[in-house]
Design a protein around this ligand. Sequence first.
Ligand code: GLA
Length: 330
Amino acid sequence: MGLASMYEDYFRIGAACAPDRLDKQGMHIAEHYRSITAENCMKPMEIQPAEGLFDFRQADKLVDYAFEHQLDVRGHTLVWHNQTGEWMFKDGNNHVTKETLFSRMKTHIATVMARYPLIKSWDVINEAIADEDNRFLRESMYSRIAGESYIEHAFECAHEANQSANLFYNDYNESDPKKRDKIVRLLKGLLEKGIPVHGIGMQGHWNLYGPSIEEIQAAIEAYASLGLRIEVTELDLSLFDWNDRRCDLLEPTSEMLELQANRYDEIFSLFRSYKDVIDSVTFWGAADDYTWLSDFPVKGRKNWPFLFDDRFQPKESYKRVTHFSRLERV
Ligand code: GLA
């Protein structure tokens, strides 16, 4: 029985993938996951590298694979300050006006969502809140040109494009109390204005040492109290603390793997206890053979953040995450 089947009564388990990794990872994904997120190929820059030039070849490949294997797809992502063509913000040598920006956003969102009408969950806005304590909105071309209104506009366009889709705000450091409160403030404001936002994507780029379970729980509570659905969208547990730049390991130590198993165990039992509000948990990769963390924050330093090792074999973390009693199962 695969990982996702064990969690059938709780939430959907997913993995991020790229079309050119399907040859290697496809079988493993079909066995253990129920949902796929495009790691990069649905980002604005990939899908519309120049105005009006839509290229769906890579995204189609991933979506076709998913549907052939009865996997859901999470749409990621419609509006982001990163990995978006420069053209979006330019008019000749000048910045675009808000009106032009809004019309380009609308075209992008409508075209992409129309291409994939079966995708039920979309990350409409990615990472709009600032990390710095003294700022609310992230400084970006979007916020510079349109202030907070670009967020509302994006959700409205997405809702117009597909009224049955679940629309998400997605962000990282989502469990940090200060950033969490800012995200709550943003979402509360949107909901009060009647903007169609249905859920929060908690990215979940965490590590062995933080955030604490209490912080993660407090974040789940805070978001759920707004009446929003929760999807954990990009989970990985780095073996290194953020400031730890050591590069000497060719394989993880047994202490690290044990700590990781404990962390995964705690995190998944917390998730299970919130199954009424959590709809899915997606890992930002499928197994340790490939992770963006092997290039970030230290270029070329191998990391091992998942439940499966380089050869797709279950790690101790997997055993702990799937070892909940039948009694607990509903
Ligand atoms: C963010 C984005 C993802 C991805 C990761 C790093 O979390 O939302 O799409 O780019 O960074 O891989």
